[in-house]
Design a protein around this ligand. Structure first.
Ligand SMILES: [Zn+2]
Length: 182
């Protein structure tokens, strides 16, 4: 699992005494690149977990707390689309997957604190979609609705961990089919 690798690298950095590495790099293994979205796809027994991490710029075109009614509306719309897991992540029908849980978090969009102070920081949104699949061995592919829902996304970098091992794939707009079986 990627988590283990991160733990090991954190320990290595601590041992080497290089403690000035930005915490953002330690906390999240993915780079913050505008237009890009990172997906971690894990299949374990009957559970399919799709974890998404996106710079807010990839979804909204801005990364600060909404300042105008138009930005507030854009942020609310984006949260609504992101919460529609069933349209964003569509596992192959043969696998008989059912969406069990959706979690969407973005401090910049959800915090009630007044705008200001941290305006220059790059903000992210994290979402997790958990499915329960009756036939996980038939999960040959997943169709992603992200390019349709968010026009600013150009590329999706995917890490897959499952019964067949780990792999990396990159989907460029307008590709939407993530293949899991080799
Ligand atoms: Zn940014």
């Amino acid at each position: 699992m990627p988590t283990n690798r991160n733990l090991i690298s954190v320990r290595a950095i601590a041992l080497s005494g290089a403690l000035l590495v930005p915490t953002a790099l330690l906390a999240q293994g993915h780079a913050h690149v505008h237009g890009l979205v990172n997906l971690d796809v894990a299949v374990e027994a009957q559970t399919l977990t799709v974890a998404l991490e996106a710079p807010l710029d990839s979804l909204l075109g801005f990364e600060h707390r909404p300042r105008t009614p138009a930005q507030r509306k854009a942020a609310d719309d984006a949260m609504k689309r992101m919460n529609d897991g069933a349209s964003l992540v569509r596992p192959a029908a043969a696998a008989q997957c059912k969406l069990a849980k959706t979690t969407v978090e973005s401090e910049a969009l959800q915090s009630t604190a007044p705008a200001g102070g941290k305006e220059d920081e790059h903000a992210d949104l994290d979402a997790t979609f958990v499915f329960t699949c009756a036939q996980p061995d038939k999960l040959a592919s997943i169709e992603l609705g992200l390019f349709d829902a968010f026009k600013r996304i150009k590329r999706i970098e995917v890490q897959v961990a499952g019964p067949q091992g780990q792999s990396k794939q990159t989907l460029e707009r307008p590709q939407k089919l993530l293949k899991l079986a080799r």
